[in-house]
Write a new protein. Sequence first.
Length: 214
Amino acid sequence: MKRTRVKICGITRQEDAWAAIDAGADALGFVFYATSPRAVTASQAQAIMKTLPPYISKVGLFVNAAAAEVQQVVAETSLDCLQFHGDEAADYCEKFNLPYYKAIRVKPELNLIQCELDFASASALLLDTFSEKAVGGTGQTFDWTLIPAGMQKPVILAGGLNPDNVTQALQQVQPYAVDVSGGVEAQKGIKSQEKITAFMQLVMQQDAIRNRAV
Ligand SMILES: O=C(O)c1ccccc1NCC(=O)[C@H](O)[C@H](O)COP(=O)(O)O
């Protein structure tokens, strides 16, 4: 029985965290990147994290942050995992004694098999949309045919997913997990309970169809 994991990223409010958990999400993302409209401080994030039940993964997102900044956030929060969304190298990502995902902003000329080798220590690769305008949270999809068959690491599909396109994404890519932020928002930084629920139901529906077929 296969199940697609779901991370809801860009959590800024306790009620949004709980809307995601109640709908069945596996992981919550907290953005520690000051220029993002979804940015939280360590103390804001920890105030939310301490209300969460067990078995929900708390992921801290950083973009080219100084190592000391990451260390401080790790010390002040109960993060389970780190997500590096900038140009970080593997030896930097490995410094923090926590599992990490490396976000790769996909472009046609990029060799994703080489990325898996470059980030051999990563728990997963998170494939997101490349944009000149923003490092992440673009709300735009990328060309999923650029993902090669036979990737060895778990693939977390991100970038512009929403209730209108997640079914097609799951059918086409069959990723280990999907990651969504803007597609389940009412406005930037504020999640919509209805959109989260719709998104989760579609993922579960697709999993049920896939499991019936095998
Ligand atoms: O959300 C942001 O503002 C952000 C800023 C800088 C780097 C990454 C950022 N977000 C990444 C995510 O929320 C997700 O991991 C993923 O990229 C999905 O975003 P979206 O396209 O909005 O679904």
